[in-house]
Design a protein around this ligand. Structure first.
Ligand SMILES: Nc1ncnc2c1ncn2[C@@H]1O[C@H](COP(=O)(O)OP(=O)(O)O)[C@@H](O)[C@H]1O
Ligand SMILES: [Mg+2]
Length: 348
């Protein structure tokens, strides 16, 4: 597949708002692209830039050397002084175009009702558009851009155009980019879809039906991701609580347990020193008790050294540290904490 044409980071701004913002797209041999989007999204502008009819305000468009580009713009007008035949085949001799089955097919498919010698100026707007489309299709192009080609065609005309575009190039050759709101036409002709919106281009595989399905799925995933993000943001302050446990969590633990000295509970491996993250698999109650233990100031070293060498043998678990369970102060019952027990001889 040869690369035919590409646009790098193109931007377009008419002053009333950004139409295209850093769009990068490319066309390769065999591409059949449908360009969709709401009115005013920038479809025609994108096509005009790719076709070289409009200069982007930033970025660049590159075309492979020798690539022939044909365009039917929405604003294209045929010279009104020409006859229908002249407008379509130019100044080619009758025997030239009459012997070309492709040109005869185009004329019978698009303008069967128009007299060949009628002046274009005498035709209606829709008839003039059909003449303009026929003139583009008679050209020998590698890339064809069509902007709303089906607008002035009847049902038979749309079906003929779809068939013609499918037969126009051999498989894997030539490139087509078409802007249209005709869903049947998109499904019949295109194999990839570009959606222009908010200054960007989203790309989808397949025609219109495939695009709709993928877009619904993409929107669903985006909505789920956004909900997840919102939930995470709500939780974040609690997860990133600095050092102190959340008062709400602490309040869930009964008061007497919060006051109990922390004993024999090794910090969880994921609860490294200084860590403030709440491991999600740890229950709120356990986490709260750890945090309470971490925030409690251990008794001074000296008090601990004095404490249990001559313990009174009390079963008060706090005496393992020689401090009161309730206040964290040295216990009066502990040998190391009262003047009498600390130095029995002096007391005697
Ligand atoms: N020559 C221009 N001057 C100012 N604004 C323009 C011009 N051409 C297009 N626009 C604006 O750019 C936007 C995109 O236009 P267009 O590419 O024609 O949209 P679409 O083809 O998707 O309907 C529209 O808001 C239109 O008003
Ligand atoms: Mg348009």
């Amino acid at each position: 597949m040869a690369h035919l044409l590409g646009a790098q980071s193109i931007g377009l701004d008419f002053g009333t708002g950004t139409v295209l913002d850093g769009v990068t797209v490319g066309l390769e041999d065999g591409d059949r692209i449908g360009i969709v989007g709401s009115n005013g999204a920038g479809k025609s502008s994108l096509m005009a830039i790719l076709a070289g009819r409009l200069a982007p305000h930033s970025g660049q468009v590159t075309t492979t050397r020798g690539t022939r580009v044909g365009v039917l713009d929405q604003s294209d007008h045929v010279d009104e002084s020409l006859s229908v035949l002249e407008a379509i085949v130019g100044d080619a001799d009758t025997h030239e175009w009459a012997s070309d089955p492709r040109i005869r097919d185009i004329m019978s498919g698009l303008v069967p009702d128009l007299p060949a010698d009628a002046k274009v100026g005498t035709l209606s707007g829709g008839q003039q558009r059909r003449v303009a489309l026929a003139a583009v299709l008679t050209g020998d192009y590698d890339v064809v851009f069509l902007d709303e080609p089906t607008n002035h065609l009847d049902v038979e005309g749309v079906a003929w155009l779809a068939d013609h575009l499918n037969r126009r190039w051999a498989r894997g050759r030539g490139a087509l980019a078409v802007v249209t709101h005709d869903r049947w036409f998109l499904d019949a002709v295109t194999e990839r879809t570009w959606e222009v919106h908010d200054g960007i281009v989203d790309m989808y595989e397949g025609g219109y039906a495939a695009y709709v399905l993928q877009r619904v799925e993409r929107d669903r995933i985006a909505a789920a991701t956004e909900t997840k993000r919102q939930n995470l943001m709500r939780k974040e302050p609690r997860m990133a609580a600095p050092r102190r446990p959340c008062p709400h969590l602490q309040a869930q633990v009964p008061h007497r347990r919060r006051q109990r000295p922390h004993r024999g509970c090794a910090p969880h491996p994921r609860l490294r020193p200084g860590s403030t993250a709440w491991p999600r698999h740890v229950s709120a109650r356990t986490w709260s008790s750890w945090c309470a233990a971490r925030s409690r100031t251990p008794p001074p070293k000296a008090a601990r050294a004095r404490s249990c060498t001559r313990s009174t043998g009390t079963s008060d678990p706090a005496n393992a540290w020689g401090c009161s369970a309730r206040t964290g102060q040295a216990s009066p019952r502990c040998c190391g904490s009262s003047p009498e027990t600390r130095n029995p001889r002096a007391a005697a």
